[in-house]
Design a protein around this ligand. Structure first.
Ligand SMILES: [Zn+2]
Ligand SMILES: [Zn+2]
Length: 367
């Protein structure tokens, strides 16, 4: 085992459900076998962090917030050789184990035992830190499994590449892998935050002929058009599925729900054409019940499926998305609507802006 002493870091912590975010010193053990310590460069504020603050993930408080990050590998656990020290990496919160029943069957996106680091981080008063999605990145340093650290081109700006690690791969992956959108097909997207915008960009990259964006917030509809939507539907102006049917004549081939609400899932389902595919991306809140008319569903011959992390494989897809970003086919820069430092006030403001629908991504820059 490594003899390295514990180190200190600064991190944004939430101590109990709905408590304010506080930035404070934490203590990190040396990385254990299979693990690396990463110095965080940039990290995106995702809706899942807000879910964690609200206690929607059970009772693992206190939480080290954050899970969408780019950083540099700066220490290895005892048996680790890759990624090499100094490598720029994007954190993958679903690192496939390689040998569970799904990995063995070539379906690693369903991995039943994703790899995470052991409990190496704690508050200065000795409480072990829960980590959002097994990461913890609103801070100067974190410890992750080496296979959660996916090398990425170091010359690309970290404030853009960090978004690949959750919101972008989730949205683009939902299009490419969960739905497998075909060129020339029609798409509707419900919810135009960072994930919904990534669905729009994925649909554009997949060659969809029509991309209809639905939201309540006019600002988000403006963003949707900028990122490649061909039509927008303001959900405050009546039942969106009717408008989508009027726009297309028959309904869309694919509908994506990027909010996690039963009502919008129903709207998404009934905006599909006969035999269409509806993909649930948004995380439902605890206790949410999904229901719809059984007869209508039967005759629609629709496919309803849920996707998680865009059904991506990070080692395949992070470099792919980074390459599309470098080639200016995928816009990550415009997703960053605010840049802040590691302070509790700025992080609280970022969550408020997200709740008001005024942000795509706020990125916290360390340093
Ligand atoms: Zn597995
Ligand atoms: Zn996320």
């Amino acid at each position: 085992m490594s003899e390295a002493p514990a180190t200190r870091a600064r991190a944004a912590i939430v101590r109990e459900a709905n408590a304010p975010v506080v930035v404070e010193d934490i203590e990190l053990d040396a990385p254990g076998p299979g693990e690396v310590r990463v110095r965080v460069l940039a990290t995106g504020v995702c809706h899942t962090d807000l879910h964690a603050c609200m206690g929607n993930f059970g009772a693992e408080f206190p939480y080290y917030l954050g899970h969408e990050a780019t950083g540099i590998v700066e220490a290895h656990g005892p048996d680790v050789t890759t990624p090499a020290l100094g490598t720029t990496v994007v954190i993958n919160w679903r690192a496939a184990c390689g040998d569970c029943r799904f990995c063995a069957a070539g379906r690693a996106n369903f991995c039943a035992r994703p790899l995470v680091a052991g409990p190496r981080m704690r508050t200065l008063d000795g409480r072990p830190l829960g980590r959002v999605l097994g990461v913890g990145s609103f801070g100067t340093h974190t410890i992750v499994h080496a296979r959660q650290a996916v090398p990425i081109a170091a010359e690309l700006p970290p404030e853009a590449t960090c978004l690949i690690g959750c919101g972008v791969v989730t949205g683009v992956g939902a299009v490419l892998y969960a739905a497998a959108v075909r060129p020339g097909s029609t798409v509707a997207v419900f919810g135009c935050g960072a994930v919904g915008i990534s669905v729009i960009q994925g649909a554009r990259l997949a060659g969809a002929s029509r991309i209809i964006a639905v939201d309540l917030a006019p600002k988000k509809l403006d963003w949707a058009l900028k990122f490649g939507a061909t039509d927008v539907v303001d959900a405050r102006e009546g039942e969106p599925s009717k408008k989508i049917r009027a726009l297309t004549g028959t309904g869309v081939d694919y509908a994506f729900e990027a909010i996690g609400l039963p009502d919008t899932l129903n709207q998404a389902m009934w905006s599909c054409d006969l035999g269409g595919t509806c993909v649930l991306i948004g995380v439902p809140v605890p206790g949410a019940k999904l229901s719809f008319p059984g007869t209508k569903f039967f005759y629609s011959r629709a496919t309803l499926k849920a996707t998680f992390y865009g059904d991506c494989l990070a080692t395949r897809d992070f470099p792919l998305l980074a390459g599309w970003y470098r080639d200016k086919r995928l816009d990550l820069d415009s997703l960053v609507t605010a840049r802040v430092g590691l302070s509790d006030g700025e992080i609280a403001d970022a969550f408020k802006a997200m709740e008001r629908g005024e942000a795509l991504r706020t990125v916290i820059l360390m340093g």
